[in-house]
Design a protein around this ligand. Sequence first.
Ligand code: CTP
Length: 428
Amino acid sequence: MRIVLGVGGGIAAYKVASLLRLFTEAGHDVTVIPTEAATRFVGVATWEALSGHPVSNSVFDDVHTVNHVRLGHEAELIVVAPATADLLARAATGQANDLLSNTLLMAGDCPVLMAPAMHTEMWQHPATQANVETLRSRGVTVLEPASGRLTGSDSGPGRLPEPEAIFEAALALAGAPAVPNSPDVPAPDAVPSSPAPGRPLAGLTVTISAGGTREPLDPVRFLGNRSSGKQGVALASAARDAGARVRLLAAHMDVPPPAGVDVIRVETALELRKAALHAAADSDVIIMAAAVADFRPADVAGTKIKKRDDVADPVITLVRNPDILRELVEVRDAASRTQLIVGFAAETGDADGDVLDYADAKLRRKACDLLVVNHVGQDKVFGEDTNSVVILSRTGSEPQEASGSKSDVAAAVIDRISAELSRVVPPA
Ligand code: CTP
């Protein structure tokens, strides 16, 4: 595969030499385009030696070959690492002031992955976040930076994800095998139209909601829940590893999102509803693993609610949030879309019925295709690293049990989704 590797001007540029090595050792043909600033961290000679190609960052070198047009048109994958705040801004605003930004503008349908690295303040700045949103809305995959020690004494989100994580995410995006081409592994051109073994969701878009919504009471307080987001994140990784393009609708989570998935942050149930309905338009699978608040405060105070001796203590009135899962099913059916919708349910049994009785009723009420049922209560599930579920299907097939780490459960759910999809749309 022909890859353009854009390198931004950040200290993490040195790590990109390992990324380049991973690509070339896997048999890919890589042209490196560093920015002017990147060459202050790692020199052109290093990129030329490791890639085996001449390296330039100016549109005025080799003018007769019209480099940016050729590179942009020929690339089958463009990876930018580290994507600095400046580079994200230039890409988002469509600037064309060096060879890399010109090449990005010439990229057309070529998949583009950007791996940001910068100080936490720069990453979290509304300007950078707006640029990231813009790029994602145009189909660019912008990875979440890793958290940890940064260049100075500071630490937080902003580290370049590990080269191996970028490598895997990039090849997953391009739909290429992560190992060198060999007689056992078909070259990308020879990949059959039915999903490759081990990548049953290749070519599909999977939207997954995760974490717990937070419903504000005033500028500092909210009603929340104990969801850690771990199961949703494990599902996102499993769907990505199965070859899907994954969109994670992330409510509050205790864990970072995985590399190689598009992340859309949401806070409240209403924000999640909007993001989910928008994402549903091009999703083949939707998994609602988020713990959505059923109620929200009827009024949100514009200023902090104060305790006052001369006024009665406040009474909080709640109103019902929309049932997003139910609405997704209704919209799908109204639009006659082929789309698999999966719900999650946290259930307890009582004197009137056991967990499965209640789960069965919920499956009928929500009308989703699969319902993954957690048995909650006492010390179970929330924040834990293990899980035990039963997967119920609307077709009435036998309930299937899965337990183990949240990754094991996620793998079982993704396997079950793949099996359901191949029943609905048999491979060509
Ligand atoms: N869900 C949703 N919108 C809501 C509440 C829940 O989409 N307002 C989704 C969850 O993401 C999950 C499924 O519905 O996939 C079941 O959530 P759960 O809270 O167990 O169901 P409820 O409908 O809230 O039922 P209950 O009356 O048992 O709370």
